[in-house]
Design a binder for this molecule. Structure first.
Ligand code: COA
Length: 385
């Protein structure tokens, strides 16, 4: 296909909204062999990037047909070691090409156009995340466009059972004021990779439901963290209500998962005393909580993270339509992986984050994509989910 007939332009809500929504509905995300998720943007295709400091959506048109879409956002975040730890990052997401127009170079063309917007805005690095098994996406970004695999994360997904359960009496959980939360995050997580410079905007966003800390019962709480004193073990996390922005829907699931869904709901109806975890209906659009900013310190902190997750689960049982809780953690963070509850069949063990340096002048810029991690954890920005 010659590029002459393909037009790439900025998304215009009046002209492109229906076409982008239709394309989103028709494009699965992820490898086709396993569970696949579809997104429903509920009439606002730009909702996934709208909360970022700068964002752009591009569409590709062949004649009057909308055949592709891509989104991008820009922010300042930690990637280097101090003293020069901040860099301008451009995040690439939501690349979708209409099934009948794949392998014609349209995906590459959209990604390159987005990079031009990044470069015009002085971005140091472009990055994107893809499931390891998404062969099309891995080939496109790594082999074709020169991105390098930078980090591996694990996306942990846990279904919300409709029953709340009792929290351990040995753990105290407290909600932080936004200012306290920001202060603690800046004190303990600023050097974490991808820590956003405008964290306050995230914590103050109406989708952020709050930040909680957990610590052992009997330990002092007053002025937690502010005067340098912290309990012997503690953990913190924040919760983002992604379901207010867009919904998910399961496309294809292994038969075993489907059968378990049906039978466990039936058993639950007939024998509620069995206390089986009921599995929500994932085949109609559902909302989810995204847990971000998970941090822990001290020997008991793994368990405290687990207690906080239980607390968040109980909160989710009271949010209409919230059917799963999603957390993304560093792939090597075995303690978090052990203590955060999740279902293997719904989770993604290897989410590859890929990076590309967009500036040529500094040699360190070009080395970064191949540098080993400076911390086990990574700050996953809830605005980029
Ligand atoms: C991934 C996707 C965007 C690719 O779009 P596309 O327009 O077909 O990509 P291109 O034509 O620019 O492909 C460029 C190169 O990427 C690789 N590639 C693209 N699709 C591929 C596939 N299905 N299998 C293997 N490699 C593939 C090839 O190396 C290809 O070059 P080639 O055709 O000369 O061999 C498209 O398949 C899609 O919309 N998938 C569903 C949504 C999705 O998974 N998005 C990615 C989220 S990160």
């Amino acid at each position: 296909m010659g590029y002459g007939e393909l037009k790439i332009r900025s998304y215009d809500v009046q002209i492109h909204r229906a076409g982008v929504e239709d394309l989103e509905r028709r494009c699965e995300v992820g490898p086709t062999k396993r569970v696949v998720l579809f997104t429903d943007t509920m009439g606002d295709p730009i909702c996934r990037i709208r909360n970022s400091p700068m964002y752009k959506m591009l569409v590709a048109e062949l004649g009057s047909e909308l055949v592709g879409v891509i989104q991008g956002s820009i922010k300042l975040a930690t990637v280097h070691k101090p003293p020069k730890n901040l860099a301008k990052l451009g995040y690439v997401l939501g690349l979708r090409i209409a099934p009948l127009h794949r392998r014609k170079g349209i995906g590459s063309r959209l990604a390159l156009e987005l990079e031009k917007w990044f470069i015009a805005n002085d971005v140091d690095y472009a990055y994107m995340a893809t499931e390891k098994d998404n062969e099309a996406s891995v080939n496109l970004f790594i082999n074709r466009l020169g991105y390098a695999k930078f980090r591996t994360l694990a996306i942990l997904v846990n279904p919300v059972d409709h029953r709340a359960s009792r929290l351990s009496s040995k753990t105290e959980v407290a909600k932080l004021e936004v200012e306290e939360a920001e202060c603690l995050y800046r004190k303990f997580m600023t050097s974490t990779e991808f820590f956003p410079d405008d964290l306050g905007n995230i914590l103050r966003n109406k989708l952020s439901l709050g930040t909680w800390v957990a610590y052992p019962e009997g330990e002092s709480w007053d002025d937690f963290g502010s005067d340098g004193k912290v309990p012997s073990s503690w953990a913190m996390l924040s919760v983002w209500n992604s379901g207010e922005l867009f919904k998910l829907r399961l496309g294809k699931a292994p038969l075993s998962c489907f059968m378990y869904t049906k039978t466990s709901r039936m058993i639950d109806k007939i024998f509620p005393c069995f206390k089986l975890p009921t599995i929500p209906d994932f085949f109609s659009p559902f909302g989810f909580y995204f847990v971000y900013g998970v941090h822990r310190e001290g020997p008991l902190s793994g368990k405290l993270v687990g207690d906080l997750c239980q607390f968040v689960h109980n909160m989710a049982t009271k949010t209409k339509g919230c059917k799963v809780i999603v957390t993304e953690v560093g792939g090597n963070d075995n303690i978090l992986r052990r203590h955060i509850p999740y279902w293997k069949s719904l989770s993604c063990p290897e989410d590859w984050w890929c990076l590309k340096a967009l500036k040529n002048e500094e040699s360190t810029t070009h080395q970064l994509p191949r540098m080993p991690p400076t911390t086990t954890s990574i700050f996953v920005d809830p605005r980029e989910v």
